[in-house]
Design a protein around this ligand. Structure first.
Ligand code: EPZ
Length: 420
């Protein structure tokens, strides 16, 4: 049964939050455990539905998966199947990341093509073209992608776009190819570095210099222990919620550099932002000033915070503009925000125009994806009266302990069945 979040808006959020491990790092790291039969211990793994889906995926492929403590998972054993279950790939497109480790390790993989979703078409051409350059034979039948490779061959790869998933996919293939592979124009998100550090922990020999990733592949893999980096997008979401309610929020166990694009933008909007070694504190100084935001690959402003910052800007002074350049239709939150009284519109060139207002009013709204849902929660917390956010299944994919976190900051939220 899907549930909804009932938010009684108008409470000022104040306090500190420990930020959990990053969804978008845990997912490729779990896929990468397919590269070794030895025991891997992953710590700081967030309790999220998507993480559970990826754990189910590697279990279906033969791995033994065991929770050995809060947020700690032990994964061991060898691959016994080359076929990724369609229902898991359909559930979560990141499951497509098992393709490279499977074919790199066993010489064969059958993985259904991931569908698009509510934020865009999301092709995987860069994944497949890169794998073919590495010597993988790719064919396609109605079940999806069939990949075969007797021996991967090292090479130079240029990515037409610094795709996060393609960079992760090709890193996991390149470590299986004897010789030196260089990936040019690779993604530079912190999660890429986390994967590179994890692969190094397992015995890979690789180096990252900005957008150039160099891999000396062919090493045997050992096991190891690794702590997932903290979730910069969850951190940014709570920072924005604090400011939208006129409050003060400190996010802990966070690398300030990973959230720098948001911190600098918030300073420009007149928010007080204090950075320490492992935390960032934001404090509202009244209604924020308007902003221009353009989403770009890291170190640009993260697309995953586009919807959440849009919610804040509906309450800012003056006109704001938000341009989404990473995905082709990531605006599910716009219609819902206008139902709450926001003066907001989106053009066909992926640009959102906002006239900031003093207040939003609570109403029933529908989450269409993880981050649109987060945006609606922020708007509900800041809005007057009661907001009911339907579609908690989306939020549960990306935010662990959302309700308890918000309550610990003083938010008045309750979670009930959708038809209650
Ligand atoms: C990752 O998705 C994240 N997901 C996304 O987070 C995030 O929004 C995105 O990176 C950008 O930062 C995970 O890490 C699990 P991309 P990914 O490949 O890898 C196009 C969230 O809310 N493209 O960098 O799918 C693609 O269509 C999620 O946590 C191709 O054209 O992102 C998109 O327009 C949402 N061909 C753009 O590149 C390809 O082969 C960026 O996609 C691959 C991608």
């Amino acid at each position: 049964m899907t549930e909804k979040l009932i938010i009684h808006g108008g409470e000022t959020l104040e306090g500190e939050l420990e930020i959990a491990g990053a969804k978008n790092s845990a997912l490729p790291l779990i896929a990468a455990t397919l590269l070794t039969d030895k025991e891997v211990l992953l710590e700081n793994v967030p309790g999220l539905d998507d993480v559970q889906t990826m754990l189910d995926m590697v279990r279906e492929l033969g791995k033994e998966v065991k929770n050995t403590g809060p947020n700690t998972v032990r994964i061991t054993g060898s691959v016994s199947s080359n076929q990724a279950p369609a229902e898991l790939v359909r559930k979560m497109r990141a499951s497509f990341l098992v393709l490279a480790p499977l074919v790199g390790r066993t010489g064969r993989a059958e993985v259904p093509l991931p569908g698009g979703c509510n934020i865009g078409t999301r092709p995987v051409n860069l994944h497949l073209e890169g794998l073919e350059k590495l010597g993988v034979e790719i064919t396609q039948d109605d079940g999806g992608i069939i990949a075969r490779a007797d021996n991967l061959r090292s090479t130079d790869i240029f990515l037409d776009y610094p795709s996060v998933g393609a960079t992760e996919q090709l890193l996991m293939a390149a470590v299986c190819a004897k010789g030196t592979t260089t990936i040019y124009n690779g993604a530079q998100e912190p999660e890429i570095r986390d994967l590179a550090l994890f692969l190094t922990e397992l015995g890979a020999d690789l180096s990252l210099k900005g957008s150039i990733l160099t891999v000396n592949g062919g090493n045997e893999f050992a096991g190891g222990k690794y702590e997932v980096l903290s979730d910069r997008i969850a951190a940014g979401t709570y920072m924005l919620a604090g400011i939208a309610t006129g409050g003060r929020v400190k996010v802990e166990s966070v690398d300030p550099a990973s959230i720098k694009p948001l911190s600098l933008k918030l300073r420009k909007a007149g928010v007080k932002v204090e950075e320490n070694e492992h935390s960032v504190q934001v404090e509202s100084q009244g209604r924020p000033d308007n902003l221009e935001v353009i989403t770009l690959p890291f170190p640009g402003f993260p697309t995953d915070l586009q919807a959440p910052i849009t919610s804040l800007l509906t309450l800012a002074k003056g006109k704001s503009v938000v341009k989404e350049t990473v995905f082709d239709s990531r605006f599910g939150h716009v219609a819902e925000l206008s139902k709450m009284g926001a003066d907001i519109s989106v053009t066909n060139s992926n640009t959102v125009f906002i006239e900031g207002k003093k207040k939003l009013r609570g109403t029933e709204v529908e989450a269409t994806d993880i981050r649109a849902g987060a945006a609606l929660v922020i708007a509900g917390l800041a809005g007057e009266g009661k907001t009911e956010v339907y579609g908690m299944n989306h939020l549960d994919r990306g935010y662990s302990d959302l309700q308890s976190h918000l309550e610990s900051l003083g938010g008045m939220v309750e979670r009930v069945g959708e038809n209650e």
